[in-house]
Write a protein that binds this ligand. Structure first.
Ligand code: GLY
Length: 332
């Protein structure tokens, strides 16, 4: 089967790699590969740290996708850092946020180790004296730019679709074509990249005076500090106010930020859907499959999405909670 995948972000590229492995004739079509949210992404593989109340389905999907990451990373020859995530509450109010998160995860049978002030300090000596935290030892991270570069080296990339493609997978992030354009909206994320001689050991997902912030170390001194989150119609630029909020919250949690080199600021829009779940499956037009709307979870959910799209093309299977037809009742 000849399949065109529209969109060379992490989702489209991972789908293309999976289809290629299954023997399909695949090309990826994108005039600006890895130009969207994948370029900004920190690469947290954090199904438990990134799930909120009411997103239990997302937790299940994220855990399933996390289990697929080791094999994908090994195939691509990229590092998978399996150092876990530390949830950190800066003050007593922030600690309540950590405890709420831990309670939510406990209810779903997820292992959560609560830590006091001293426990956080010994887990992450580079952090400030915070009120407390929790350890999620199974979580991981990847460098999405390294992943995308490895994927790009394994797929055929073109500027325009093939006229004789038998199926098309639409994985164009926030830029869905008509008639699906309205199914996703952009939520701006601003994110900073730093270099430090005293980085955290593992991903830190913190709350500082109610402000959510995360630090994702790469293991070689590079640290990603993210991310703002705001619906936005303008061009994706890093605002001074956004950078200031990230730096202030980041420094409160991780004082070594003061001495770190500020390497890069990036802004991109995350593709959000109305119900917070991605759109993976039949698009309501013959031969078209959507793999879109992954919002904050594109990197985490890429391998599961790839498996679901490939299964759908081979067998017709659709994961009910991700079926795009739930949003338009059969016809887009
Ligand atoms: N998953 C992290 C973010 O969207 O900022």
């Amino acid at each position: 089967m000849r399949v065109d995948v529209l969109g060379a972000g992490i989702v489209g590229l991972t789908v293309a790699e999976e289809l290629g492995r299954r023997g399909l004739d695949v090309v990826v079509v994108d005039p600006d590969p890895v130009g969207g949210a994948s370029y900004a992404a920190a690469g947290m593989l954090s199904p438990a740290a990134e799930v909120w109340h009411g997103e239990e389905e997302l937790l299940r999907l994220g855990l399933a996708s996390l289990r697929l990451w080791p094999a994908l990373a090994a195939r691509l020859g990229v590092e998978l850092r399996r150092t876990g995530t530390l949830l950190a509450g800066y003050d007593a109010g922030d600690l309540q946020q950590v405890e709420r998160q831990a309670a939510l995860l406990h209810r779903h049978g997820h292992r959560v180790e609560l830590l006091g002030r001293a426990g956080v300090r010994s887990a992450e000596p580079s952090l400030a004296r915070v009120a407390g935290g929790a350890l999620l030892p199974e979580e991981a991270s990847v460098d999405p730019r390294a992943v995308c570069a490895a994927l790009l080296a394994r797929v055929e990339l073109r500027g325009t679709p093939r006229p004789d493609a038998e199926a098309t997978v639409v994985a164009t992030g926030t830029a869905l074509p008509e008639p699906w354009r309205g199914l996703v909206s952009g939520v701006r994320g601003e994110i900073l990249r730093l270099r430090s001689d005293d980085p955290p050991r593992r991903t830190v997902r913190g709350w500082v005076g109610g402000e959510a912030v995360y630090l994702v170390p790469r293991g070689d001194g590079r640290v990603v500090l993210g991310a703002t989150s705001e619906a936005h119609a303008g061009p994706p630029v890093v605002s001074a106010g956004g950078a200031l909020r990230l730096l202030a919250a980041g420094r409160a949690l991780w004082p070594a930020l003061d001495r770190a080199e500020l390497v890069e600021g990036t802004a991109r829009d995350r593709p959000a859907t109305a119900d917070g779940l991605p759109l993976v499956g039949p698009a309501g037009v013959a031969g078209v499959v959507l793999a879109a709307g992954h919002y904050r979870h594109g990197v985490l959910l890429a391998p599961l999405t790839a498996r679901l799209v490939a299964d759908h093309l081979e067998t017709g299977h659709v994961e009910p909670c991700l079926d795009p037809r739930r949003t338009f009742g059969g016809e887009p």
